[in-house]
Ligand binder design. Structure first.
Ligand code: FAD
Ligand code: NDP
Length: 456
């Protein structure tokens, strides 16, 4: 019988890793977790949390503007970037401590350092070897930046939170989640933001109406979005960064943020020593139960090729823990995560909330579909003086009447769609939506009062 130091060794103390380690330990397993940086990973340190805090900060610019329409008279608001950075750092430090407590509580051994595999059951950290029956790789991802001349002058989202000084002119490259969110944030905080997207639309994976609607609203709010545009080179000039675009035009900027996707963190992990297979993008190949090509090694979160979202990493971690260290109160079984109706939000201004299929995706999957959509000025903006509009859309499978897609662009879209996602997972039909009484006056009530189909 081989002897092991631990029942489970988790590499990576981010969303997926911490969840797996603490839940396995709570079920009595001997667990170690290695983290090379701060506990909490991307989401806590350089992702969801600091991003959302900065998004709230940006939102105040709109609130100050709107207040006058409601009778408030304010002086000229001034924004203090240093203060925001300090407050954010304090809160993140508090969260790092909270994550430490989550691991200490059930008795996880936390090891600081870079972990690499030696073989299917052995992990090395700075020359110390640890043997474990099971290993979970949860090393997340990192930003990808394309090759071009002057690439070193660009920055990635990890660095933007502490950028010094505040960029008066910010160029954002990309049209995905991170690009749109940071374009909105820095626009709100007072920077002059230009966003360059290589395609003719932003948010490629989203519903076409959502993409178009959001682009118009972001432009109205002040973001200069340039479509079908790519960077040729960047060099430092007398007036900041001189950015040459592919069609020969120039832009000047104080900082250039590359938000051009993220790739799995699989380099330098010794995966080849253990025989773990990677796909053509360098992500760990896993089956429906997160098993890699090596039986003792699982992988969860951004390091494999699934949706790169914190709640997804958490759900995947729980599936693995349930399989390896079953809850004695539950029947042992190999569960799977169902990715069909995963809600998601883009924290732009205005925000996006979505769950299920886009119109195009639903047409491909279900054939006959019916669309209900609505566009309006929210009550708040009747007095606020802002021209921001709200968009809502339901995609319904005609044959079954099931709502298979919900999409919103507008204030609190993420908060609103989260609730509707429950109904969608429960299989709610359009008739169920119609028979639900609205809450008046809210924007969300529109989702239960759209009676006339826009198209079929
Ligand atoms: P991570 O959280 O990245 O954790 C991996 C950890 O492994 C890191 O702490 C890393 O230091 C450590 N590590 C790596 N290699 C080693 C090694 N060899 N040894 C030891 N430790 C190692 N998702 C949302 O759901 N909502 C959002 O609003 C949202 N906003 C985001 C904003 C930004 C700017 C970014 C970049 C991402 C955002 N995400 C958001 C995505 C979310 O952060 C990730 O999907 C999530 O963090 C993935 O969790 P994970 O456990 O797979 O990896
Ligand atoms: P995304 O995949 O969302 O977007 C990447 C963008 O970069 C796309 O617009 C893509 O263009 C563009 N791009 C890719 N390669 C190049 C290139 N070579 N040159 C120019 N443009 C390029 O990635 P993000 O980096 O924005 O975010 C990574 C992931 O993190 C997201 O997919 C999401 O899962 C997660 N995340 C979640 C958030 C949330 O839940 N609110 C917030 C932030 C991140 P094209 O459209 O043409 O493909």
């Amino acid at each position: 019988m081989p002897t092991f130091d631990f029942d489970l060794f988790v590499i990576g103390g981010g969303s997926g890793g911490v969840r797996a380690a603490r839940m396995a330990a709570a079920r009595g397993a001997r667990v170690a977790l290695a983290e090379v940086a701060e506990l909490g990973g991307t989401c806590v340190n350089v992702g969801c949390i600091p991003k959302k805090l900065y998004s709230y900060a940006a939102g105040y610019a709109e609130a100050f503007e709107e207040a006058a329409g409601y009778g408030w008279q304010l002086g000229e608001p001034r924004f203090d970037w240093q203060h925001l950075k300090t407050q954010r750092a304090k809160e993140i430090k508090r969260l790092n401590g909270a994550y430490r407590a989550l691991l200490d509580g059930p008795g996880v051994t936390t090891l600081q350092g870079w972990a690499a595999l030696v073989d299917p059951h052995t992990v090395d950290i700075d020359g110390q070897r640890h043997r474990a029956r099971h290993i979970i790789v949860a090393t997340g991802g990192m930003p990808f930046v394309p090759e071009f001349v002057g690439r070193e002058h660009g920055l990635v989202s990890d660095a933007i939170f502490d950028l010094e000084p505040f960029p008066r002119r910010l160029l954002v490259v990309g049209g995905g989640y991170i690009a749109c969110e940071f374009a909105s944030i820095f626009n709100g905080l007072g920077a002059k933001v230009t966003q360059l997207q290589r395609k003719s639309h932003i948010l490629s994976e989203f519903d076409e109406d959502v993409r178009q609607f959001l682009a118009v609203e972001m432009q109205k709010a002040g973001v200069d979005i340039r479509f079908n545009t790519e960077i040729a080179s960047i060099r430092r000039g007398a007036d900041g960064l001189d950015v040459m675009l592919e069609r020969g035009t120039h832009l000047q900027a104080d900082a250039v943020l590359f938000a051009t996707g993220r790739v799995a963190n699989t380099q330098g992990l010794g995966l080849e020593n253990a025989g773990v297979a990677l796909d053509d993008k360098g992500a760990i190949v896993v089956d429906a139960h997160y098993r890699s090509s090596v039986p003792s090694i699982h992988a969860v979160g951004d390091v494999s090729t699934r949706m790169q979202l914190t709640p997804v990493a958490l759900a995947e971690a729980m599936v693995v823990v349930d399989a390896l260290f079953p809850d004695p109160k539950q029947p042992a079984r190999r569960r799977k995560v169902d990715y069909e109706f995963v809600p998601t939000a883009v924290f732009t201004h205005p925000g996006v909330g979505t769950c299920g299929y886009t119109e195009a995706g639903a047409r491909q999957k279900f054939g006959d579909i019916t669309i209900f959509s609505s566009e309006f000025k929210a009550l708040r903006h009747t007095l606020s003086g802002r021209s921001e509009r709200t968009f809502m859309k339901l995609v319904v499978e005609t044959k079954t009447d099931r709502v298979v897609g919900i999409h919103m662009v507008g204030a609190d879209a993420g908060e609103i769609v989260q609730g509707f996602a429950v109904a969608m997972r429960a299989g709610a039909t359009k008739a169920v939506f119609d028979s639900t009484i609205g809450i008046h006056p809210t924007a969300a009530e529109e989702f239960v009062t759209m009676r006339v189909a826009t198209s079929r």
